[in-house]
Design a protein around this ligand. Sequence first.
Ligand code: ATP
Length: 296
Amino acid sequence: MIQLFLPLNFLGFVYREIRRALTDLENMLGLLTTKPRITDKENAQPLAIQQGNIEFNNVNFSYHSSRAILKQLSFTINAGSKVAVVGASGAGKSTLARVLYRFYDIDSGSICIDGQDVRDITLHSLRQAIAIVPQDTVLFNTSIRENIAYGRPGASDEEIDKAIKMAHLTKFINSLEKGDQTLVGERGLKVSGGEKQRIAIARAILKKSPILIFDEATSALDSHAEQAILNAMREVAANHTSLVIAHRLSTITDADKILVMQAGQLVEQGNHQQLLALQGEYARMWQLQQMQSNNC
Ligand code: ATP
C-alpha cells in the first residue's frame, strides 16, 4: 500500500503546483489586459463649456483587446439637441455613453465637447457637465426630498421644488401621506421603476449640467408610467443637450437625430421620418416593435 501511496501523493503535489502556476499566469495575463485607471492628465484643464456640442470622431473601443465593441464611430450631437441611440441588445449603446463620461478611455479616435478632447480636461469638470439618468437608480434610505437633493448638495428649497415639478413628481408626492418626507430605499416605500426614474430625472435637473444622458429602462413600464417619464424628459431636454439610450422606439420619435447601432457600428442616422423612408434597419425595428405592441 505504501508503495502506491508515495507516487500518488507525489503526482497530487505536481498537479497542485501546475494548477497554481496556471492560475498565476491567468492572473498575470488578466493584469496585462486590464485597462489603466482613468485619471487626469498632468496638465488637464477644466472643461470650458460653451453650448455642449459633442463630437465622436472615428472612435474605437474594446473592453478586452480580443473583441472590438465600438468601431469607427463618428457622429455629432449639436448643442441643445436631443439625440437617441437605438440598436439590438449588445450593440454598444451603453458603452457609447460610458466612454463619453470617461468611465473608460477609447483606444483610438477622439471624443470632444465644445472642441475639447475629454482626455485633456479634468474628470471633475467633465462629470459636472454631464448628468446621468441611469436605467435603475439607487435610492438611499432617506426621504424622497433628500434623495432628490442629493443631485446637488446645497441646492435651495425653491430649486428642489422646481425639479420636483419639472420631473412630473408632484402628483405622486401629493398622493403620499408624508409627501416628499416619505422614506424610500430598501427600508422605506417601494417605488415603481417609473417613479424611480423620475426621481433620477429630478436629481439630474438639480445638477444643472448642460449635457444629459438618459438610459431608458429596459423593463416594461405601463403606458401611464411611460407617458409620465416622457413628459418629464421633454421638459428637461428643452434645456439640455441630451443623449437618450432608447429601447422602445415609440419614446424617441421626436428626437432631432436617431443613431442606429449594429454590432458596434453606426449603420444609419436621421430623424424618425427619414429613417422610416430609408426602409433599412430602423424601419425593420420599428415594424417589429409595432407588431409586438399590437399583439397584446
Ligand atoms: P443593452 O441594450 O442590452 O443594454 P447595449 O447596446 O447597451 O445593450 P453594451 O452594454 O454597450 O450594449 O455592451 C456592448 C457589448 O460589450 C456587449 O457584448 C457586452 O457584453 C460587452 N460589455 C459590456 N460591458 C462590458 C464590460 N464591463 N466588460 C466586458 N464586456 C462588456
